[in-house]
Design a protein around this ligand. Sequence first.
Ligand code: HEC
Length: 158
Amino acid sequence: MFLLNAKLVGTATILAISLTAGSAFAQDDYENQLKARKGQFNLLALNVGVLGGMARGNVDYDAALAQAAAENIVAIAAINQMPLWPEGSDEMSIDDTRAKPEIWDNFSDFASKWAAVGTAAEGLPAAVGSGAEGIGPALGPLGGTCKDCHDTYRAPRN
Ligand code: HEC
């Protein structure tokens, strides 16, 4: 009887410890996903910035660099988003993210907004290869796909 009680107490203690640990470490659990998804967005922004600079004439046109940036955007847009957005990694649950909880209520809509980046990027490498004047018209629709998702699923900076 004593043995049984000791066992029960032991189990209860272990359960209590693991529950506490679970909430204490939730933030760390998502560290890699937060880094990865922010990283891909920063990569997108960097390459969009290279093209935007040339389109505005702030930077000299460079066909090889424009081509590289456009191809990078196509490649980044092809990353499947599923592993980067685990449930519970929203801004209401953890720090250091601006991902709204609505993402997980509408994940297929979120995924289709991501797919729109790829569609808008398809013609980019060909469009930017022959002069700065080709960049703006191709970049505009791409920028629209970023905004479309941010307006719905990204919380304002706080
Ligand atoms: C499908 C939705 C979606 C699309 C499309 C999208 N974003 Fe985002 N973006 C987000 C969300 C959500 C965050 C917040 C991520 C976080 O904080 O965990 C974000 C964050 C960012 C950040 C901040 C990253 C950081 O370091 O905190 C930048 C920069 C960014 N996006 C640029 C872009 C650009 C440029 C495009 C288009 C080429 C784009 N995004 C398209 C949803 C999207």
